[in-house]
Design a binder for this molecule. Structure first.
Ligand SMILES: NC(=O)c1ccc[n+]([C@@H]2O[C@H](COP(=O)([O-])OP(=O)(O)OC[C@H]3O[C@@H](n4cnc5c(N)ncnc54)[C@H](OP(=O)(O)O)[C@@H]3O)[C@@H](O)[C@H]2O)c1
Length: 333
């Protein structure tokens, strides 16, 4: 295992100098482009009332802090309803002299635009909100289609993928990928002969490490972005049935102390060493900065064994409302 992550690190990673101090490594995409090895997440999540509604400038501030700290990759989506805030922050930083080509902006196609000819208009709408000419990466958010009246849309995601290829041809996005697809679904996309996705974005954290899917993607040279990287480590976010560990777990605290780090940094570093691009979300300046300080230490083989032992195949985002959809991607229990 230890050898495995070293090989990943040295094969796919080139460290580049960031203008703002922190050295952010990059991975190489199948299409030849570079992708920064950590991204700021911008989904505000759910609370007891449902989706948290954006209030105005909280994400805008966070993205500005992130770019100042050295992040070069921002992950957003149409459905997060914050593309306008991301766009204002990015454009403010461009006005201050950051180069567009040094930033990597990812956004996602929502489930209500799965028809082949709906993809380009959906991306144009995201670009309008972002106030950008192009994004760096456009992902199909889920393989499941759903009309705006919430009934299922059974459009084949391979048709959706055709629309993605067209969006790339038009220069509206530099790279294209998928999110929440399982291995068989990715195989079907590849078998279409259109274009292999450059990126798969899926949930990856201590409780859901998905080694088989990671090995499959490595074999296909598909770069993996890991969402919800903290899983259930924070008690405020963990459901009651979520397996351990929590952030105060003594074994995790011991590992963190050994490197002069904090537990969230150990978690992000572990994902990076698995070859995954973690996408930590935070609206807190200090945490945004802390979450980037993960490229100046390396976990030992023993640490890997401890961290690997928390893999329970436990998913925090099963999206059970789509369980009966023909393209529901996850194992049904
Ligand atoms: N493709 C998909 O279907 C999909 C699904 C889910 C998520 N995503 C992407 O992945 C991103 C991350 O996932 P997520 O938002 O579910 O969860 P997450 O990043 O694992 O966790 C976010 C939570 O952790 C807290 N936090 C962050 N850094 C911390 C630190 N250093 N110390 C203590 N607390 C910290 C944040 O609090 P504060 O904000 O209060 O600091 C927030 O409550 C999303 O924002 C989104 O961009 C994609």
């Amino acid at each position: 295992m230890y050898r495995y992550f070293c090989v990943i690190l040295y094969t796919f990673c080139v460290v580049i100098d960031a203008t703002y101090g922190v050295e952010v490594p990059i991975f190489k995409l199948l299409d030849g482009r570079d992708i920064p090895a950590i991204a700021l997440g911008t989904w505000l999540g759910n609370n007891t009332q449902g989706r948290v509604k954006p209030e105005g400038t909280e994400v805008e501030e966070a993205v500005k802090w992130a770019i100042d700290a050295g992040y070069r990759h921002i992950d957003t989506a149409f459905v997060y309803k914050v593309e306008d805030q991301v766009g204002r922050a990015v454009n403010a930083k461009l006005d201050e002299g950051v180069k567009r080509e040094d930033l990597f902006i990812t956004t996602k196609l929502w489930n209500d635009a799965h028809a082949e000819d709906a993809v380009v208009p959906a991306l144009r709408e995201s670009l309008r909100k972002l106030n950008l000419d192009y994004v760096d990466l456009y992902l199909i958010h889920w393989p499941v289609g759903q009309f705006s009246n919430l009934t299922y849309d059974d459009t084949d995601y391979v048709e959706t993928w055709r629309g993605m290829v067209e969006a790339k041809k038009l220069g509206l996005t530099k790279s294209i990928g998928i999110s929440n697809f399982n291995q068989k679904q990715i195989d079907r996309v590849i078998a279409s002969g259109l274009e292999t996705p450059s990126v798969l974005q899926v949930e990856i954290n201590l409780n859901l490490q998905q080694p088989d899917l990671l090995a499959y993607c490595k074999n296909k040279s598909i770069v993996v972005m890991g969402y919800t990287p903290f899983g259930s480590i924070f008690p405020s976010k963990a459901r009651s049935e979520a397996p351990p560990p929590r952030v105060e777990d003594p074994a995790l605290v011991d590992i963190a102390k050994k490197y002069g780090k904090i537990v969230p940094q150990v978690v992000l570093r572990y994902l990076f060493e698995l070859g995954v691009i973690p996408i930590p979300k935070s609206l807190t300046k200090l945490r945004i900065e802390q979450n980037l300080q993960v490229f100046d230490f390396q976990l030992s083989q023993e640490d890997h064994q401890v961290l690997q032992s928390y893999d329970q195949g436990y998913r925090t985002i099963p999206q059970l409302k789509w369980l009966e959809h023909p393209y529901y991607p996850f194992k049904k229990n």
